[in-house]
Write a protein of this length. Structure first.
Length: 82
């Protein structure tokens, strides 16, 4: 992750992810909804409630350098709902 923080949300912003992502599965979907919630998902389409985890935004960006490099390329659900 670069030294300059490129997101309007603070590094300690709570985000949703799954056990699969935390265990190293590639992140294939990132969403930032109209309420400001961030979600980071793996390819699995059957996420169990028990696998949902809460982590900070900075930790997710440390896991995947591409997310930190391209902060504007994530899916922004809020703009799609306008």
């Amino acid at each position: 992750m670069s030294a300059a923080w490129k997101f309007p949300d603070a590094p300690n912003t709570a985000c949703f992810t799954t056990t699969e992502v935390l265990n190293g599965a590639p992140i294939v979907l990132v969403s930032h909804d109209y309420e400001g919630d961030w979600q980071f998902h793996a390819a699995s389409t059957e996420t169990m409630l028990s696998s949902v985890k809460i982590v900070c935004l900075a930790d997710m960006l440390r896991r995947d350098d591409l997310l930190a490099f391209h902060p504007l390329h994530v899916a922004d659900i809020a703009s799609e709902q306008d």
